[in-house]
Design a protein around this ligand. Structure first.
Ligand code: ZN
Ligand code: ZN
Length: 340
């Protein structure tokens, strides 16, 4: 099979590999749809010790496919089933899994290999994080399940409610998915982004009100539009410390700040202790997803509460993954659908 293989930072090679055969408890999928992700761009630049502990590996982590072979003992799915799989599976036994926070599992097992024609999924993933697809969910839409589940975890952590004003900083694919999930819960959504091709595209999708951060004082604009109160929930989806600080500043009394975007290692932020204390802010992080959210993400897509199709700005063949990631880097694509 043909595959894009990650050998280390800056080193992605298009190679011919044998089609995997499933061991006991494993399944092999023929990949029907894979999506590019901002994480791929970061990983290609500097590696990723958590998601990619060993190289070489086939690259990419958002995908849906059809079971082409199942190993001995697999009962949950069979050959010919269309499924979506998460890119990880929790152990189920550690301290955090036991208390119901499997996204923080101390032994998360990550899987990579969306940018190949086939992928073998290990038994733990098959048991916990492979979900059969309803007939009305095409593969390209199903491949959004993993990032959508991350966005759902964030909105859940921020306790977004109907009628809340939610400001989302960042108009990348995850900012957009966060906006869609918040809107599906009847919140008022304001996306704060930077003027340019991608922001215009997001504006055209109608995911919420759009506020151009380069056009003036964001803090003042958000105060104005909330009757001087500040927002109920502010979300950082940029992963930049200065934006984390801005998100705190725009949050009103009793509000919540969700730190969704991961910043570079070693960075820190300054907090106004008076504001956090006397205005009783809730500051909360959100990381990754859970098996339960992966299933609920399939449901949101199935019942049409979230329709992510508008985030697909390009489709490209497997050999063009480097070009697709280059478009992402330049901010000229939201998500690229990779078809083998
Ligand atoms: Zn991703
Ligand atoms: Zn665990």
């Amino acid at each position: 099979m043909r595959a894009q293989v990650f050998h280390g930072p800056g080193d992605l090679r298009f190679e011919q590999l044998p089609i995997p055969t499933p061991q006991a408890g494993e399944i092999v999928l023929k990949i029907d749809a894979a999506l590019t992700c901002g994480t791929d761009v970061k990983t290609l630049r500097r590696g990723h010790p958590v998601m990619i502990p060993h190289v070489p590996t086939v690259f990419g982590h958002e995908f849906a496919g059809t079971v082409s072979a199942a190993g001995a003992g697999v009962r949950r799915v069979r050959e010919g089933d269309r499924v979506v799989a998460a890119n990880s599976a929790p152990c189920g036994n550690c301290r955090l899994c036991v208390v119901g926070r499997p996204n923080l599992c101390e032994d998360l097992l990550f899987v990579n290999g969306a940018y190949g024609e086939f992928i073998a999924l290990p038994p733990r993933l098959v048991d916990r994080n492979v979900v059969p697809l309803p007939r009305n969910v095409p593969a390209a839409r199903a491949a959004f399940v993993e990032p959508l589940a991350c966005a759902m975890l964030g909105i859940e952590r921020a306790r977004v409610e109907a009628g809340h004003t939610v400001a989302i900083f960042g108009h990348g694919p995850l900012g957009c998915l966060l906006a869609m999930v918040a809107a599906s819960q009847k919140a008022r959504v304001i996306i704060v982004g930077k003027a340019g091709w991608r922001f215009e595209r997001v504006r055209a999708l109608g995911l919420g009100e759009c506020l151009d951060a380069t056009a003036g004082d964001v803090l003042a604009a958000l105060r104005d539009t909330t009757g001087g109160h500040g927002v109920d929930v502010a979300v950082d989806a940029t992963g930049r410390p200065e934006v984390w600080e801005q998100a705190v500043k725009v949050t009103g009394r009793g509000g919540t700040v969700l730190f969704f975007g991961g910043c570079a290692p070693g960075t820190s932020i300054q907090l106004d202790t008076r504001q956090v204390h006397y205005e009783e802010l809730t500051l909360v992080g959100a990381f990754h997803h859970t098996p339960d959210l992966i299933r609920r993400a399939v449901e949101l897509i199935e019942n049409g509460a979230v329709v992510p199709d508008g985030l697909l700005t390009h489709r490209m063949p497997l050999e063009s993954v480097p070009q697709a990631l280059a478009l992402m880097t330049k901010g000229e694509a939201l998500k690229v659908l990779i078809e083998s």
